[in-house]
Design a protein around this ligand. Structure first.
Ligand code: ACO
Length: 452
């Protein structure tokens, strides 16, 4: 099949948040640390009413309803998550409840886990199925969801929560470019979850940032190389100018601006010594990539030099990341949702969108989407863009919780998330319409859900 990619997409985030400037005050850190230093405004979080199953149920059903897709028409369903509530039973099997009425049980795929990368692997697996001999003509569904929570301390403001569901098939408005996928995988203990009874990771924050930036360098260099070999007639290396929009996995927004600057630094190292575009940066010419992760002068110079490009290619895609926080596996795709909200179908038609996916431990990849040329009314692209038109309104309709109430909710999750039997106490009224929520966990840990 031709033009395999993302046909439709649904983004879910919780209906409640805590304000980051209030959190600064509550945590007793200097004013501006979370809002300016990390670039975060609000952080979405879940009460004990939501878990990974409910998040994914919500995203999938909303996608199917909004796009009028029938469950018989799904032949593969993949879930990427690092929010593990069962060491054996996959989230995928829980989602099969949604298929029950249709009678369709012929659905391949299960869950994939490695920190924030599982969603991208779910997407890759879905694409691979559609492009394979096993494909039977139906759509695939790639789902990614997580509840990102940290213990109290400096990582807590970098949490978030959400889920994305993507319908994958041929003749898509967002075509994943073939032959242009760059991967970097490596063993690292930067962020991991060895404690089976806790939702919180063990995290070496500084190392995780270094690992992220190192993986970014590796993927970008390989991506550039692949573009050079795949694109006929190309004589100069690919630069950021060749990518219309750049999306990144977003632990916090400031890291994305630094990452964008890092790509610009890579371009600079590839450029001719006398390229006037990089005037004023000559002092950084002879540095080695791997020696520069903590070079603040370099970081500052390249953030400054790449500011305009960052503003036009990436900043607009940080809407959900600033307003909800790090969703882990859906984070990169929240960038895509923000882009689809911020631009019209006509603006996007024919453009190339770059993606960088990172999951600690570590797994990372860079790939790109070519947006279809057809932005006419009624086109798939126009419908896809239209399905995000309510994004800001949904963000604005959320309920603000005080940091004290947020902390209490985190404590409640800590104390109860593994209990059986248990009946959640969080409010149901505050959830968005169409949200699945946990009603009861029985003495055999069997979970029951209902929908608002
Ligand atoms: N006003 C403005 N800026 C401020 C202020 C202030 N009042 N106070 C601090 N800052 C700046 C700092 O200068 C720093 O900027 P810099 O990064 O440009 O140097 C920034 O705010 C953060 O301050 P730090 O002291 O570096 O923050 P800290 O070390 O306490 O925590 C960290 C940050 C490590 C990111 C922590 O939140 C964390 O561990 N998060 C989870 C790990 C993570 O997200 N890793 C990323 C990749 S892996 C993944 O996706 C999970």
């Amino acid at each position: 099949p031709d033009d395999v990619g993302i046909v439709a997409m649904e983004m879910y985030f919780p209906a409640q948040y805590v304000d980051q400037s209030q959190l600064e005050e509550y945590d007793g850190v200097s004013s501006g640390k979370y809002t300016i230093g990390l670039g975060q405004q609000k952080m979405g979080f879940c009460s004990d009413r939501e878990d990974i199953n409910s998040l994914c149920l919500t995203a999938v059903q909303n996608l199917m309803e909004r796009n009028n897709v029938s469950y018989e028409n799904i032949g593969r369903l993949e879930v990427g998550t690092e929010t593990i509530i069962d060491k054996s039973k996959s989230v995928k099997t829980v989602l099969m409840q949604l298929f029950a009425e249709s009678g369709n049980t012929n659905v391949e795929g299960i869950d994939t886990t490695n920190a924030c990368f599982g969603g991208t692997q779910a997407l890759f697996n879905s694409l691979a199925w559609v492009e394979s001999s096993a494909w039977d003509g139906r759509y695939a569904l790639a789902v990614a969801g997580d509840i990102a929570v940290y213990a109290t301390g400096n990582a807590r403001p970098t949490g978030g929560a959400g889920a994305v569901a993507m319908l994958i098939g041929p003749n898509a408005p967002l075509v994943i470019e073939r032959g242009l996928r760059a991967t970097h995988m490596q063993h690292a203990y930067d962020f991991y979850k060895p404690d089976m009874v806790s939702e919180y990771p063990v995290v070496d924050g500084k190392l995780s940032i270094q690992c992220y930036l190192g993986a970014l360098d590796r993927c970008y260099r390989l991506y550039k190389h692949k573009v050079h070999t795949v694109e006929e007639g190309r004589t100069s290396p690919l630069t950021l100018e060749d990518i219309d929009y750049c999306l990144f996995h977003t632990p916090y927004c400031k890291l994305v601006q630094k990452s964008f600057a890092r790509l610009y630094f890579n371009d600079f190292l590839d450029a001719a010594k006398d390229d006037p575009k990089y005037t004023g940066l000559e002092a950084f010419r002879d540095l080695k990539l791997e020696d520069t992760f903590s070079n603040k002068d370099l970081e500052k110079a390249f953030v400054n030099a790449s500011k305009d490009l960052f503003n036009s290619k990436t900043k607009l895609a940080l809407l959900l990341a600033t307003q909800v926080g790090n969703m882990y596996t859906p984070s990169l795709y929240s960038g895509l949702a923000s882009l689809l909200y911020s631009k019209s179908a006509a603006d996007l038609a024919g453009r190339r969108v770059g993606f960088f996916s990172y999951g600690s431990g570590l797994a990372s990849a860079m790939f790109s989407v070519r947006v279809s040329q057809d932005a006419t009314p009624g086109s798939q692209l126009e419908r896809l863009v239209g399905s995000f038109s309510d994004l800001q309104a949904r963000l604005d309709s959320r309920k603000c919780f005080s940091p004290a109430d947020f902390a209490e909710m985190m404590k409640l999750r800590e104390d109860t998330h593994h209990l059986a039997k248990y009946t959640p106490v969080g409010s149901v009224e505050d959830l968005f319409p169409g949200t699945w929520y946990l009603t009861h966990v029985d003495e055999m840990h069997r979970r029951q859900y209902s929908r608002t």
